[in-house]
Design a binder for this molecule. Structure first.
Ligand SMILES: CC(C)(COP(=O)(O)OP(=O)(O)OC[C@H]1O[C@@H](n2cnc3c(N)ncnc32)[C@H](O)[C@@H]1OP(=O)(O)O)[C@@H](O)C(=O)NCCC(=O)NCCS
Length: 169
């Protein structure tokens, strides 16, 4: 599955050359990139055993969701994140979820992007439940963010076993 073990994306490379902001994805973004976020949300859901993927391709019921696509130097789409604006909160945004493909983890991709997230969204909230790896990242590198209730969540499917349960797309 491309979300788990991505190949370089010529589509992303061409789109990024024309407009580097393509990696910020909302309901007006092209369907292919909205779909790429959906598949990452889907794998995140399965990895952690959640009920539903937290991203909707058409943006009909969740029109304010703002996605971000992580890519490497070869334009592999190596992960995604989803922010949502908040009302009645001191924080303006919440990071609802973030997921990197297994091989991309622990390479500093999220840490390198964090200051840009902070620049755009201020001291955003982190949507719980959080994973141990996310909690460690926050504690060691980016303290100051409040985490909403939800406790801890851990993977229910180790990524090395993922190939046996995935759907083909
Ligand atoms: C959590 C996640 C987004 C972190 O992204 P990442 O790009 O791997 O993070 P970084 O490489 O920037 O890690 C920075 C630091 O955080 C800590 N950290 C990150 N993952 C860790 C792990 N699995 N175990 C221990 N420490 C970890 C380390 O201190 C790391 O620095 P180091 O690698 O130099 O030791 C990514 O691992 C992921 O997608 N995990 C699965 C989904 C998930 O847990 N999402 C969050 C739900 S709340």
């Amino acid at each position: 599955m491309d979300a788990v073990d991505p190949e370089p994306s010529a589509e992303l490379e061409a789109a990024y050359s024309a407009d580097p902001e393509i990696v910020w994805v909302d309901k007006t973004s092209p369907e292919w990139i909205r779909t790429s976020i959906y598949w990452r949300a889907k794998v995140f859901q399965r990895e952690f055993g959640y009920d539903v993927p937290q991203w909707e391709i058409q943006g009909r019921y969740d029109p304010e969701a703002l996605g971000y696509v992580f890519h490497d130097d070869d334009f592999r789409i190596i992960g995604a994140a989803c922010f949502r604006p908040l009302k009645n909160s001191s924080a303006r945004f919440i990071l609802d979820w973030i997921w990197l493909s297994p091989k991309a983890r622990r390479n500093g991709f999220v840490s390198r992007q964090w200051e840009e997230f902070r620049r755009r969204f201020g001291l955003f909230l982190i949507g719980g439940p959080v994973s141990e790896s996310m909690l460690t990242l926050l504690r060691l590198r980016f303290s100051g963010h409040n985490i909403t209730q939800g406790g801890m969540a851990e993977p229910v499917i180790p990524m090395e076993q993922f190939a046996s349960v995935q759907e083909t797309r």
